[in-house]
Design a protein around this ligand. Structure first.
Ligand code: ADP
Length: 272
């Protein structure tokens, strides 16, 4: 009886999750989004989760292949801005366009297939390293998985483990260090090979050797992709084609590192 009661409780919780309806769904007649060729545009975008506005009147054009760094204090709206691109939320007003097409007019699947995200919250499964890297790209060969791991500077630590690519990494990857988890996430993004990249660069938890390795892997990942990066590290910020400074949900300043330092405003204050 006890086993059955426990089983019922699990079933109820499991079905609550399985039956959750997504808030964001394809609209009738949604089209496939062709591979991005021109760029991404925020057109007068405002957003709020509830009563409080989080982003207000964001207008920004990002040509394909550019690196945009988003900086600003905690709670400024950086992650929110990044999360609107794959439609984790829909804009409250305004629009986000890819090659001039409103992202609400295309299928979510075709939109998200063009976006890779590497964030602070890396989702790993209690499965082999091979399956964790190939997650979402199950049609890839062992050679492709290995090539991605090499490019992400993950191959060596993977081979140091008994079991190599077949080693099981534990619940949420407990058997891996922070830097190793990040490199698995980077290998996954390299394998997916999507043209748009969203990086929430968090390395505060890494020691300097791990940070250097992650940095090299990230640079490899950014090559040739349109990248939005929530940047903390100076090396990335300096390399960005444009820096957006968010303050209280608005673009307070934008320009290159040199421009923004010279104008001695918000960025100069953050930087110094
Ligand atoms: P940043 O990335 O710049 O630190 P965020 O985009 O995470 O800022 O958050 C901007 C604001 O939105 C904050 O006030 C935060 O509390 C709020 N916020 C973030 N996520 C949610 C959410 N899922 N629901 C409600 N409010 C949220």
């Amino acid at each position: 009886n006890q086993t059955l009661q426990e089983g019922f409780a699990v079933v109820v919780r499991t079905f609550e999750i399985l039956e959750t309806k997504a808030d964001i769904v394809d609209k009738p007649g949604a089209r496939e989004l062709p591979p991005v060729s021109q760029g991404i545009e925020f057109r007068d975008v405002s957003f709020q989760y509830d009563a409080q506005p989080v982003l207000e009147h964001i207008t920004l054009k990002v040509p394909v292949g550019r690196i945009i760094a988003i900086v600003g204090g905690s709670g400024a709206g950086k992650s929110t801005m990044a999360n609107l691109i794959p439609r984790f939320y829909d804009v409250t007003s305004g629009a986000i366009l890819i090659d001039g097409v409103d992202i609400r007019d295309v299928t979510i699947r075709s939109l998200r297939s063009q976006i890779s995200m590497v964030t602070q919250e890396i989702i790993l499964f209690n499965d082999s390293i091979r399956h964790n890297i190939a997650y979402g790209s199950m049609d890839k060969s062992d050679e492709e998985i290995r090539a991605s791991a090499e490019a992400a500077h993950a191959h060596d630590f993977i081979m140091d483990n008994p079991g190599g690519y077949d080693a099981v990494i534990g619940e949420h990857g407990v058997k891996l260090s922070g830097g190793q988890k990040q490199r698995i996430a980077i290998a996954r993004a390299l394998l997916k090979n999507a043209p748009i990249l969203i990086l929430d660069e968090a390395t505060s938890s890494l020691d300097s050797k791990a940070e250097a390795e992650v940095q090299v892997a990230l640079e490899r990942l950014m090559e040739g992709r349109t990248t939005f990066i929530i940047a903390h590290r100076l090396s990335t910020i300096k390399k960005a084609d444009r820096i957006i400074v968010l303050s209280e949900g608005r673009i307070a300043e934008q320009g290159t590192h040199g421009d923004l330092m010279a104008s001695r405003g918000e960025y100069h204050k953050l930087y110094t």
